[in-house]
Every structure is written in structure tokens, then in C-alpha cells.
Design a protein around this ligand. Sequence first.
Ligand SMILES: C[S@@+](CC[C@H](N)C(=O)[O-])C[C@H]1O[C@@H](n2cnc3c(N)ncnc32)[C@H](O)[C@@H]1O
Length: 248
Amino acid sequence: MNKKNTNDYPPVNQMNQDQKVEIVMDIFSSITNKYDFLNRFLSLRQDLLWRKKTVEKMQFFKSYKFLDIATGTGDLAINTVNSHPNVKAIGIDFVQNMIDYGNDKIKDQNLKHRLDLKWGDATNIDYEDNTFDVTAMAFGIRNIPDKVKALNEMKRVALPDGQILILELTTPDPGFFKDIYSFYLNGLLPKIAKWFTTNPAAYEYLADSIMNFPTRSEFISLLDSIGLRNIKAIPLSLGICTLYIANK
Ligand SMILES: C[S@@+](CC[C@H](N)C(=O)[O-])C[C@H]1O[C@@H](n2cnc3c(N)ncnc32)[C@H](O)[C@@H]1O
């Protein structure tokens, strides 16, 4: 499938699960070398603060191992090993271009002995039960059709009492700011992205996928339904992002 330079991803709520997976793979393979830049630029560098907050909340207590799921170019895993000197980390992603790009960054920062990015599917994680003190996913769950399967996998590979952290873009509560944000997401952002990427449709998909993501309370119910404990949701930057924290 090659949709580069096209504008024809169907709306998120009309995609079937297989189509969504194929489109997500296509998007991240086609925007890899602009991904980090566009993250910083389009979020006005807020993404750096959101990952920093996530890393600050991590609690390592037994294996000192961290699994970053849907790691992309590895930013969350890189921040984690830089902030927690005793921790070793693995990042998994199902788009090889993103992994290769991330592994180059890791080599440049001399972190290879503590962090490696590998191919892996969030819905079928290739690690044993009860392995990691902390598992996390930043901006990944929105792109995964079978969220329950992916969350159960995060839970399975976490140690008992281990942490499951999810960082995800959310829509702010109804009001003036939500209207401005919707205009930015749906009107402005895809136009800005057009200047920088050969696949601007990827940023229409981004807006659409955020608007179609469960609300904060719906997502908390989902975490509760898979048996996680101590669930907290921390709104960030006026609610355009939320950090969910829970324990196994
Ligand atoms: C928006 S990026 C987030 C990357 C990174 N976590 C960050 O903080 O910038 C989403 C990533 O999720 C990956 N992804 C989506 N579904 C996946 C799945 N089922 N298994 C593994 N990776 C997946 C994509 O390939 C992409 O690299």
C-alpha cells in the first residue's frame, strides 16, 4: 500500500481494524524523518514536558527494567534511561523506519548498552509475564484498534505492583479553549504539516484520531475493566494531553 502524496485516508470512525493498522504503518513509515521535528513544532515543544512528567512519575523497585511500547523514535525510552541511571530499557514498535531512526539517536548518545529499540507488536508482546517494573506507551494507544488487547499485554509483562503509564492526546473539556483547540487541530495543523511532509493526510488522520479517542472518564473505565489499580489521570497543558498512571 502506498498512500504518500495522497489525501485519501478514510475517516477514523469508518475504518475497519485491519485498514487502520495498515494506515498507521503507512503513516509512520512515510513521516519518520520529520516526526521528531513536527512533534516539537506542532505541540509548541509541549511534548518534551509531557514525556518529562511521565518519566518523573516512574517508580522502579525490582527488575529496574522499562518497556516502552510503540516507542517510535525512542524519545520516552531515551528520557527514561537518562533520568534513571540504574534502569535498562527496551522500546518496541512495528514500523522498522521509526526503530532505525531511534537506534541512530541512541548510538549518537552512547546509550546502546542500556537501551535498544526492536520490532514488536503492542498487541502481542514478545516478553514473558512479570518482567518489567514499568511499562509505558506515549501517543501510541490512540493508533491501536484493539486497545483492550494492548492494555492487557502491558499489564501481563509488568511485574505485580508494577506501573502502567499511558500518555495520550485528549480533547479539553467543552468550552472556549476546546473550540480554539478543535480549530487548531482540524483547520490549522494539517495545513502547517503540508509545508513539511510529503504526507499531509497523516496530520488529518492525527486530528481525526484525537477527536475519536475515548474521553478521560471512558479511558479510566477501560483501565479499570482490565483490573488495574490506583488509576489516576493527570491532565496536562489545559487538558490537550493526559497522563494515565495505574498499577498491576
Ligand atoms: C505517535 S507515534 C509515538 C511514538 C513515541 N512513543 C513518541 O512518544 O513520540 C505512534 C507509534 O506507535 C506505533 N504503533 C502503532 N500501533 C502499534 C502496534 N500495534 N505495535 C507497535 N507499534 C505500534 C507507530 O508505528 C508509531 O511509531
